[in-house]
Design a binder for this molecule. Structure first.
Ligand SMILES: C[S@@+](CC[C@H](N)C(=O)[O-])C[C@H]1O[C@@H](n2cnc3c(N)ncnc32)[C@H](O)[C@@H]1O
Length: 293
């Protein structure tokens, strides 16, 4: 029987995925192989002559085939990196995106300017990546994280437990603010963050196959113009924010002006700022509530 070493497999998987038009085929090959063998990526090279067992070859075969059908690598290996943390994912939650790390960065910068224990709400938490990254990097924050999908919340629960944050992150199931009862849960929040669904119906049809066919529709679609969830958050947010508190939202690249206007119209905020991502697209809106409200 033909024997397969790590090196031979890397070459074969790389070529297979390349032929299927998969982006970054070498990286995908390394991630799949290291996941099945329980090795770090670097160890694939230090152990390149090692023979791979028939059992592992069978498992690998299934995953490589799925990868060739454009299934996202994060779902195949059950995890991805976000804000330097290994976050568990499944097809029930959105795969955390690098752009969202800017939201976390802005949130942490805001919290560091304040004194005492900070109360934070993460709406539409999905895998819990934002809540976990904030809690890990800002020990004085207690968080409430909500999502309408119970399946996504199961993944968020795994992530909070993985990082031993279950005493600081409370997960609640329901529609946006509905499960949050201000007096009961926290009083008002110092910071509300959200990366909500923001894709319009037309944009949804044009999404890459690996997103549209595999990631949950409920995590992406937000009505005909993609603004439904922003409108509903902004309508209610004042009730849940302390004076001087902040709302930080991720937005789609073409939504900056409209979301700015929606926020401005409320007369709740003294400062509204839009930050661009590494692709120079509008991405993160920070709105600070007026002192006297
Ligand atoms: C774009 S994903 C963001 C997930 C995660 N925060 C992240 O940044 O990767 C949006 C999330 O919003 C949830 N969602 C959609 N509609 C919602 C609603 N009305 N109330 C609460 N969560 C909702 C979805 O289940 C999904 O997990």
């Amino acid at each position: 029987m033909e024997s397969w070493t790590i090196n031979k497999l890397l070459v074969w998987i790389h070529q297979y995925l390349k032929d299927k038009g998969i982006e970054s085929p070498r990286l995908h090959a390394e991630l799949l192989l290291s996941n099945i063998l329980g090795l770090k990526r670097i160890e694939l090279y230090t152990q390149h002559d090692k023979q791979v067992s028939k059992q592992d070859l069978d498992k690998l075969h299934v995953l490589v085939k799925r990868a060739g059908l454009h299934e996202p690598i994060a779902y195949l290996v059950g995890k991805t990196e976000f804000y330097s943390l290994e976050i568990e994912v499944s097809k029930d939650c959105l795969i955390p995106r690098p752009e969202t790390e800017l939201l976390v960065q802005r949130a942490i910068e805001f919290l560091r300017m304040r004194d005492g224990i900070q109360s934070v709400c993460d709406l539409c938490t999905g895998s819990g990546c934002i809540a976990v990254a904030i809690a890990k990097n800002f020990p004085q924050a207690n968080l409430i994280a909500t999502d309408i999908s119970d399946q996504a919340l199961l993944i968020a629960a795994r992530n909070t437990e993985k990082f031993n944050l279950q005493n600081r992150i409370k997960l609640l199931s329901g529609d946006l603010f509905d499960p949050v009862i201000p007096q009961l849960d926290t009083g008002k929040f110092d910071l509300i963050v959200s990366n909500p669904p923001y894709v319009s119906n037309i944009e949804y049809e044009k999404l890459d196959k690996n997103v549209k066919d595999h990631e949950p529709q409920i995590a992406l679609l937000a009505g005909h113009d993609g603004l439904d969830i922003y409108k509903r958050i902004i309508e209610k947010v004042d009730t849940f924010l302390k004076p001087n508190a902040a709302l930080i939202l991720e937005i789609g690249y073409a939504q900056g002006k409209t979301v700015y206007e929606l926020l401005d119209k409320t007369n709740v905020f003294s400062e509204i700022r839009i930050d661009r991502d590494s692709q120079n697209n509008d991405r993160i809106v920070t709105a600070i509530k007026q002192h006297s409200l």
